[in-house]
Write a protein that binds this ligand. Structure first.
Ligand code: PEP
Length: 258
């Protein structure tokens, strides 16, 4: 089955709404200006919450093909949860995607596998497609337990979803030791874990379901290393942090085939 590659930019806590305008415009130009076709690749940005309305206006107004999403959502739908943002609000702003379970949320906000599972359910309540992050820390990697560790996270995260919901989830394998460090996993490392995730999905659901699910790699992706990473048969795109803040660089990642 052919899967449309997805390149998703995670801006993290960078860029206010004015800067977001500049970046999205520049990204759109960089993608349009490209001599080479990126048409078969889906491009998305995940800005801070405060930028989403601005990004929506730009994308809708200029009929851009760029999609957008949020970096997190609440497990709750509404009510007395100061500071939280519900999936309902994100859906109202036209978000396609929401990142769930990023390692920085797990580490700095104590998000357990159970919370991540609740957030995945919350995303589906509002028709959002979750980009569900998993990945091992350096100690786990050094001990050679990365596959077992990631598969535990995957099983726990997906545990509350229906098989129908699972079919549209996007999974992002992000080894924590490669995030923001400049230390990229080798293409073989990325393929090993992405392939194991797909194998597990086939066991848990069906071969058909596993074949249709997009599995991204994330961790210090740049225009210079993306083509080699994408050569892995089970790698269907990338979740890109730092490099997504530079429009020409992110556009070059999106055009990895050319
Ligand atoms: C990320 O935060 O999801 C990420 C992959 O960051 P970077 O590309 O900067 O390593």
């Amino acid at each position: 089955m052919s899967r449309t590659p997805l390149m998703a930019g995670n801006w993290k806590m960078n860029l206010d709404h004015i800067e977001a305008t500049h970046l999205v415009q520049k990204l759109d130009w960089s993608l349009q200006d490209a001599k080479h076709d990126y048409g078969s690749v889906e491009v998305a940005v995940c800005p801070p919450f405060t930028d989403i309305r601005t990004v929506q206006s730009l994308v809708d107004g200029d009929k851009m093909s760029i999609k957008y999403g949020a970096q997190d959502l609440s497990v709750h739908d509404s009510g007395a949860y100061t500071g939280e943002i519900s999936g309902a609000f994100l859906a109202k702003l036209g978000c396609t995607y929401v990142i769930v379970g990023h390692s920085e949320r797990r580490e700095y906000h104590d998000e357990s596998d159970a919370v991540v599972a609740d957030k995945l359910i919350a995303a589906y309540r509002y028709g959002l497609t979750p980009i569900f992050c998993c990945g091992e820390g350096l100690e786990v990697r050094k001990a050679g337990n990365q596959v077992a560790h990631v598969l535990d996270q995957v099983r726990a995260g997906l545990s509350q979803l229906t098989p129908e919901q699972v079919r549209s989830v996007v999974i992002a394998y992000e080894p924590i030791w490669a995030i923001g460090t400049g230390e990229v996993a080798t293409p073989e490392d990325a393929q090993e874990v992405c392939g194991a995730i797909r194998g597990e999905l086939a066991e848990l659901y069906s071969g058909d379901t596993a074949d249709g699910i997009r599995i991204l790699y994330g961790g210090s992706v740049k225009s210079g290393n993306i083509a080699a990473i994408m050569a892995g048969p089970d790698v269907d795109g990338a979740l890109v942090g730092g490099a997504s803040l530079d429009a020409p660089e992110f556009a070059a990642i999106c055009r990895y085939q050319s």
